[in-house]
Every structure is written in structure tokens, then in C-alpha cells.
Write a protein that binds this ligand. Structure first.
Ligand code: JHZ
Length: 400
């Protein structure tokens, strides 16, 4: 049995199984619909030694990320967030003209574009071949690789050490966290800052965000296990902030030991919230699992009632988490007749598992439903606002 990716111990306590599921970003072409879909077990567990919540089974990263259809630039909320992050880094860490910025998991280059506009030299690292091409077209130099020590050395020798390294919504995807962090040690300049963003375990549990459990998300971080990870390195966490994005995320600031004043009171505040929530016991996870089952029952019964009344239901957004929700709750194209999504790469494809067809957002205006199930619940405000006319005409929104 494989050990925990932070402490190497092999004592795990199972939190929840979502059965076997297809890859949450494994969108299908019409010709794939008749083929048997590949599914993988989806089991969440906790290391009882360091408390890292993690997936039991690891799907090959190449299978998930080499051809990747998710792009962040389709949501205004997220692009605004990237501008805020770049501005924050520039101001707070007093970036000078030639300070070098690296984004890991750079996707279509959306975040680096913001740093580029400030005039900084930049490079992205992302294994997705299709998205690296899109980023290059925007003028974002991109290494089509998974980030490792080797890639870090290559960047240092070709460009320089980095003053800022960002990793937004990618740290949780990394199987070999130690290799990744050693790469950061090599790439970060002495006064540099590594900024990580990821969904926060406390929000995940409190808001029962079970649909964010999928094969890409290997770790579900709280501060305490993260501190244990960085304790094994020459790096340290020196500050942390909470953000509303994606239902509650953390922005964590990491530097070389002794190079930045450590905000001890801030870190202690998070640690004490985590210990008050008893994250080192079974209790919060048992309550979470009970709530997941309740929500599944509630959604299934709501959809059944609406269908009996002859109501038309469609989905808004084709996010990865939407597929987990639909597949775990056993909802198919019989119940949700279509979904719309603003990502051009997803349009014309079908949702994995449920086989619901994906259309551009304009479809919802030309063929309005009685009910819209908001699958991209993290952007509910943005979605409801732009479909205000439908609400006025009587369409109702469902958010789980
Ligand atoms: P969104 C992805 O998850 C995958 P997903 C990944 N593993 C991760 O960690 C998170 O991102 C951060 C659409 N949409 O961002 C666009 C509209 O159609 O919640 C997207 O397909 N209209 C890297 O897939 C989806 O919704 C709109 O108005 O769960 C949102 O996906 C808006 C605002 C969005 O990520």
C-alpha cells in the first residue's frame, strides 16, 4: 500500500466512496457514446497520522492532463481574480522591472497574461499540449511539461530564478508533492515568493462540496498538513489569506526560511480553527458523509418531482464537478435534457457518464427551460446575473 504523500505513513481512514466514475473532464465526442467508458474508483480518505485528506486511487496524470478541456478564461469572476492576484503580488512584494514570474499549471496563460501586461518576463509550465498552443498564441512562452526538479533546473539555466512562482488550483493535483516542492526550492530566488491557491478543507467540509471530489484532486488541504510538508524543506509558509473563490479557498505565501517575516498570529488563527473543527478526529468527516447522502436524496427527489410535473430542466455550466454531481446522483439526459457552457472546447461534446449534450450558452435563451440546475455553483452570481431576463420570465434556478 502506498504511503501518505506528506508523511509516508500508511494508516488511512475512509471518509466516503463515490463509487467508480469516469474522469470528470473526460468529455465525449458523439462517436465515443457507444463505446464503454473507462471508470475509476473515487474514494476519499484521511491519513490518521498527518491528517492530509486525499484520494485513495491515483489515475495517471498524463491521461488526465495531456489534452485538457478546462480553461479558466471563460469566467469573468476567475479572470478578475487573476488580475487581483497579479496586482497584489506586484504591490506587496515590490516587484522590480526584470523580476521573473513563473506560473505552474499555467493552462491557457490567463494568469501570466496579467503579469505580462505589467511588463514582467514570464514563463508558464503546463503538461496540456492543446492549451500550451493556445497560450503561445497569446504570447505566453510555455513549457509543455509536468513541473519537476528537472524542469526547474531547465528554467533556471535558460531564464533565471523566479521572484514569483504561482500555482493556482494545481497543487492539489500533484501526486509527488515532495518532488514538486524540491523543484520550487531550486527555482525560487532567495527573496522570492511562491503563491499557492487551492480550495480549503474547512469550507469543503462545512459547505459539503462533495462534487469537488474527483480524480484530478488528489489532496484536500488544511493548513496543518501543509506546514508538515514544508517543515521537510528549506521553505516556510509565512502568510495566508482566505478567499471566497470556488466556495472558499486559501492563498498561501511561501518563501525561503528566514527571508520573510512570518505572520505567526495569522497562522495560529487558522490552526486553532482547524483544531476546533476537530480535523484530526473522525467527527467532521462522519457529519460530512451523512450530509452528502442527504443532499443526494434531496436532489434526486426534487428532480423526480419536477419531471413528474412535466418540467424541463437544463444544466448551467459543464464543470468537472458538475459531472461528479450528476454521476453520483444518477442523473442522465432523461432528467437534464442539455447543459450550456461558455467554453468553446466543450461545446458539441457530451458529459462523461450522463451523456448529456453540451451547447453554447445562447441555446438557453432560444430554448428556455422551467428550471436551471447551476452546476458551476461557484459562479452562481455571475450566471444568474447574465440570465436575469429568464428569471423574470419565470425560469427558476436550482443550486444544491
Ligand atoms: P469551474 C476545474 O474545475 C478543474 P471545474 C480544476 N481541476 C480545478 O481545480 C478547478 O477548475 C478550479 C462554465 N461557465 O471553473 C465554464 C459558463 O458556462 O468551476 C466552465 O466550464 N458560463 C483545474 O471544471 C464551468 O462553467 C459562465 O457564465 O469545476 C466552470 O468551471 C461561467 C461563469 C462559467 O471549474
Amino acid at each position: 500500500m502506498k504511503g501518505c504523500r506528506i508523511c509516508n505513513k500508511a494508516n488511512f481512514s475512509t471518509i466516503l466512496s463515490l463509487g467508480t466514475q469516469p474522469l470528470a473532464n473526460g468529455f465525449l465526442r458523439r462517436e465515443d457514446l457507444k463505446k464503454k467508458e473507462k471508470t475509476y474508483p473515487l474514494v476519499l480518505e484521511r491519513c490518521t497520522f498527518c491528517n492530509l485528506v486525499q484520494l485513495k486511487d491515483v489515475v495517471s496524470a498524463a491521461a488526465m492532463f495531456k489534452n485538457y478541456l478546462y480553461i479558466p478564461s471563460t469566467s469573468k469572476t476567475r479572470t478578475d481574480h487573476f488580475y487581483e492576484l497579479a496586482g497584489f503580488a506586484v504591490e506587496n512584494f515590490k516587484l522590480a522591472k526584470n523580476d521573473f514570474v513563473v506560473d505552474i499549471g499555467s493552462n491557457d496563460g490567463s494568469l501570466l497574461l496579467c503579469f505580462k501586461e505589467f511588463g514582467f518576463p514570464i514563463v508558464g509550465v503546463d503538461p496540456s499540449e492543446n492549451l500550451a498552443k493556445v497560450a503561445e498564441m497569446k504570447g505566453i512562452p510555455t513549457l509543455t511539461e509536468f513541473f519537476t526538479q528537472k524542469v526547474a533546473r531547465q528554467i533556471v539555466s535558460t531564464f533565471s530564478k523566479a521572484k514569483i512562482i504561482t500555482a493556482t488550483n494545481v497543487f492539489a493535483h500533484v501526486d509527488n508533492l515532495k518532488e514538486f516542492v524540491r523543484g520550487i526550492e531550486l527555482l525560487l530566488s532567495d527573496k522570492g515568493v511562491f503563491i499557492i491557491e487551492f480550495p480549503y478543507l474547512l469550507d469543503f467540509l462545512q459547505q459539503c462540496q462533495f462534487d469537488t471530489i474527483y480524480h484530478e484532486h488528489l489532496s484536500y488541504f488544511a493548513l496543518q498538513p501543509l506546514l508538515a510538508l514544508f517543515d521537510q524543506t528549506q521553505l516556510e509558509i509565512f502568510d495566508i489569506t482566505h478567499m471566497d473563490l470556488d466556495g472558499g479557498s486559501l492563498r498561501v505565501f511561501v518563501g525561503k526560511k528566514g527571508r520573510h517575516p512570518v505572520k505567526k498570529n495569522t497562522l495560529s488563527r487558522y490552526l486553532s480553527m482547524e483544531s476546533q473543527s476537530r480535523l484530526d478526529t473522525e467527527n467532521p468527516y462522519v457529519s460530512f458523509t451523512q450530509e452528502v447522502r442527504k443532499r443526494k436524496k434531496k436532489l434526486r427527489s426534487l428532480i423526480k418531482t419536477l419531471k413528474k410535473k412535466g418540467k424541463k430542466i437544463v444544466g448551467y455550466g459543464a464543470p468537472a464537478k458538475g459531472n461528479v454531481l450528476l454521476n453520483y446522483c444518477g442523473i442522465t439526459k432523461k432528467e437534464v435534457v442539455y447543459v450550456v457552457d461558455s467554453t468553446p472546447y466543450k461545446q458539441g461534446l457530451f458529459m462523461p457518464g450522463s451523456h448529456i449534450p453540451i451547447f453554447p450558452e445562447s441555446k438557453i435563451q432560444s430554448s428556455p427551460p422551467d428550471y436551471i440546475l447551476i452546476l458551476a455553483w461557484n459562479f452562481a452570481d455571475e450566471i444568474i446575473k447574465k440570465n436575469e431576463n429568464l428569471r423574470k420570465q419565470g425560469t427558476r434556478f436550482i443550486i444544491l
